[in-house]
Ligand binder design. Sequence first.
Ligand code: G6P
Length: 366
Amino acid sequence: GAADLGPYRYYMQKEIFEQPRAVVDTLQDVTSIMPELFGDNGWRVLNAVDSVLLLACGGSYHAALTAKYWIESLARLPVSVEIASEYRYRDGVPNAKTLVVAVSQSGETADVLGALQVAKRQGMHHTLAICNVPTSALARECSLTFFTRAGVEIGVASTKAFTTQLVALFLLALTLAQCRRRLSEQDEQRHLLALRHLPDAMTRVLALEPQIVAWAEQLTRRQDILFLGRGMHYPIAMEGALKMKEIAYIHAEAYAAGELKHGPLALVSDEMPVVAVAPNDRLLEKLKSNMHEVSARSGKLYVFADIDCRIMSGPAIEVIRLTEHHGLLSPILHTIPMQLLAFHAALARGTDIDKPRNLAKSVTVE
Ligand code: G6P
């Protein structure tokens, strides 16, 4: 009830601000990287696989897409990511040595359970559930499990479950790297330190809320918004667009910024604002030239950059700087402004934020 909302008006808002705590809890028992983090059979299973297939829906699908970048670059294993509702009805080519990872907050999503059953029926028996509910059907169906400790999530739009899924998936990438002897002890310590630092870094991103409120108020007057990202931040742009649709009811679409010129650029005008997730990584220069394509067509840009980034505010470009660049974990930090932007746009529009129309927290029927 309202009592446990504390100072917040909505569960989604409370859950956004709970994220540093949720990450601390999720990391609580992680003192080193080891296959047993994923269960008693962890060593046997994770050493037997030669590829990874991630299955998920909704926000969890975006977490899985981010994990593809991490697993490929850290563990050098081939990764595919599938929308569960599609995978279950496709004639996929099974590989008994694939690690099948089902990512689901609830562990009860019918399409995820269905897709997992298809994979098992095809002879793929190395299965891992990453979920937030230890008693869920999904946890019972998989040989390995990792439980995020976000705590009960009530808002229909996933927030703290999403960022803790990312933490779990990053741990999986590190563990697979270790199994393949691609993680030195030094690297392990460095990554663990970076993970431990996340809650503080997240707290500083949450403090950007007032600046994000100002943007949200401008964006609520729009019918459409384009979200751009590149590399491992493309799925974060997708998550931003999903949130905007789900709770603010604003049509939003995410594009990998390099694809802009292959279609959506035709839509850009002073009526079509563009939100860019633009952290300092090796794709920043590329992204900047994509942003010039937008400015040249009088599109207004809203850029989430990092502290040391040289993108300057101007008449048609606004910049909010995150307080630090967090390397491989940057997608986790850049998720928070996406959540706050959608939340405040929804607040300004007066929608039913915790229970958006037509949607359910957990979709247990097909
Ligand atoms: C529903 C919720 C989404 C969620 C998706 C997947 O559509 O509204 O917020 O991302 O289900 O849920 P899961 O529990 O499998 O992560």
